[in-house]
Design a protein around this ligand. Sequence first.
Ligand code: ATP
Ligand code: RIB
Length: 293
Amino acid sequence: MTAIVVLGSTNMDLVTYVARAPKLGETVTGREFRTIPGGKGANQAVAAARAGGDVAMVGAVGADEFGEQLRHTLVASGVDTDLLRTAEGPSGTAHIVVDDEGGNSIVVIPAANGTVTCLGPGDETLIAAADSLLLQLELPLSAVLAGAEAGRRHGVRTVLTPAPAQPLPPELLAAVDLLVPNEHEAAMLTGVADPRAAADALLRQVPEVVITLGAAGSLYTARGMEPVTVPAPRVTAVDTTGAGDTFVGALTVALGEGRPMPEAMAWASAAASLCVQRPGASTSMPYRTEIEV
Ligand code: ATP
Ligand code: RIB
């Protein structure tokens, strides 16, 4: 089994389902409210474990009921939480509005995630023993950078999802092997709207890039090669929350098993297409037996 460490966030998602998201200053009546375990880090950990990876999660939950539920969700999916800290105070929350098109808007309150400013005791040893390290940007940048540098020191494949989008220090990108932005994040990082051109620009800073393109699939490029586009299965999306995280989790498992990138992308797309057909983040992530190409 491929060994994966996720250094990232845990959030309880507070999800409102509504026909159309309210504009600023407007009040609308929603249809339903659910609390669903999420957070980009925890989502990637759950997705990778369900896809067949041997996964450990590093980060923090709060000392509250949400924290207990978040930890339980990880454990129930087979994720090792021995180094997941319990911080004083509340757990992270994500306040999500999902509309009838399946699109979402999200406000994240980091809370416990904000206490993870550096690696803790044992974290680097765990990373050193892994095949891959998954990073996102919902922890303080100092911790993400420390993780990436530890990954680089120990020759671990380091995969960064640059979300939520923000400008990145060159030293972080210098420690990343594979960058997986969505098309908006790629445009934000490069100032270039066209995904192929954005991927080209990103290759100046990282050796490999996969840009996810929503229903249009994903685009892969590496230094010295022509970009390859892999389509996504045609499905009806009801809630895309966690699609990118499912893609990255499954992609990392497939790459860890030695599959070539385009084959790994097709498998990851199959996993993500299952995720978008079901509501919620962790609740919608498929198990390996469900993922078919
Ligand atoms: P999110 O923020 O909603 O979790 P994202 O913006 O990070 O997702 P996307 O590019 O929207 O990432 O989607 C990631 C992957 O999920 C896509 O590459 C694709 O494989 C799959 N996917 C997303 N939306 C759809 C859809 N409507 N139909 C089929 N597959 C989809
Ligand atoms: O990527 C989806 C995740 O982003 C949600 O689960 C939410 O917690 C936000 O952090």
